[in-house]
Ligand binder design. Structure first.
Ligand code: PLP
Length: 339
């Protein structure tokens, strides 16, 4: 329960599509993923050349950094956010500036204040990984209005479907990020098939942004990097709303019960907008994670994110959540240090 995957696996429709595609694996894939891009573009009411498909968002983030950053330039993001932002930025020779968090999440005021003449990119994770926080559509409107023209804003919505579901339940307006793209703003929205669609192992993600930027990014892709089965599965997964709804409902129920149980045990577990829960355990989280692993449950300790006392646990099936909780209680009974 460490990597925020879908506990229900891929959609049966995606599995069927992959099985059929296996027999065509003597051929190289469509390098432009045209059918998938067309379907995404039609669904999101954007032009096909505003959509770029890559081998997961990790790959796309790397491409974006290589396209837009060089030594002496920087990218701005938040502390305690997705770990690939600093990695990809530094690999491209850029510097990463991490603004302080507010209430465990993005402080868009602090991000805007950190933008400097050398800034080319801003990474916003909404919801944020690993803290599960969210900023609403109005907050992003205010931020985008303030960003200088020379900065590209990357709005990473890897957990979009989960957040949208919670936003419906909790009655807030989550995101209308694609409107910025439709209005010609320098905003690139990132989504993935790894989370709600349950295809993390296939590696398919996509960006939606200005056509000229997407063309620049496209030139830096590794040729043929999105495989024949990956493209087939992604196309089929888009048609299986029932499978996604199953994951979303299970996730919302699991989020509620996990946060309640962990809070009941005396730990600070945050409200989540994604498919994982951030929890402060009051002691070295790395040691807790090791003890959990000895119980057969893998969770993420967040020391590398600058949160040495926090864990992140992916929301699983009800059985997996119960197994996590039982192991957590056993593990913490042996070390009763509470907040
Ligand atoms: C915020 C965020 N962005 C991007 C990704 C990477 O997604 P992908 O599997 O498409 O590389 C993750 C994965 O955990 C994530 O949490």
């Amino acid at each position: 329960m460490a990597s925020n995957e879908n506990p229900f696996g891929p959609s049966p429709k995606a599995v069927q599509a992959m099985e059929a595609a296996i027999t065509e694996c003597n051929f190289y894939p469509d390098n432009d993923a045209r059918e998938l891009r067309q379907k995404l573009a039609a669904g999101f009411r954007v032009a096909t050349d505003q959509v770029l498909v890559a081998a997961g968002l990790t790959s796309l983030l790397d491409i974006i950094c290589r396209a837009l950053l060089k030594p002496g330039q920087n990218a701005v993001t938040s502390q305690r956010s997705f770990i690939v932002y600093p990695i990809a930025t530094k690999a491209a020779g850029g510097e990463i500036i991490e603004a302080p968090t507010k209430d465990d999440g993005f402080d868009l005021e602090a991000i805007a204040a950190a933008i400097a003449p050398g800034t080319r990119l801003v990474f916003l994770a909404n919801p944020n990984n690993p803290t599960g926080t969210l900023f609403d559509a109005a907050a992003l409107d205010r931020f985008v209005a303030r960003v200088p023209e020379y900065v590209v804003v990357i709005v990473d919505e890897a957990y979009y479907e989960f957040a949208q579901y919670f936003a419906g339940q909790r009655k807030i307006q989550y995101s209308h990020s694609l409107d910025y793209v439709r209005a010609g703003r320098k905003v690139v929205v990132l989504r993935t098939f790894s989370k709600a669609h349950g295809l993390a192992g296939l590696r398919v993600g996509y960006g939606i942004g200005p056509a000229d930027l997407m063309a620049d990014f496209s030139r830096l892709r590794t040729t043929f990097s999105v495989s024949v089965p990956a493209q087939a599965a992604a196309l089929a997964a888009l048609d299986d709303d029932a499978h996604i709804q199953l994951a979303l409902k299970n996730n919302a129920d699991g989020a509620e019960s996990l946060v309640k149980e962990l809070s009941g045990l005396g730990y600070r577990a945050s409200l989540t907008w994604a498919n994982f829960v951030y929890c402060e355990v009051g002691e070295d989280a790395g040691a807790v994670a090791k003890r959990m692993q000895a119980e057969g449950v893998i969770i993420r300790a967040l020391g590398a994110w600058g949160a040495p006392l926090a864990i992140r646990v992916t929301i699983g099936t009800p059985e997996q959540n119960q197994r996590f909780l039982a192991a957590f209680k056993r593990v913490m009974e042996r070390a009763p240090i509470r907040l």
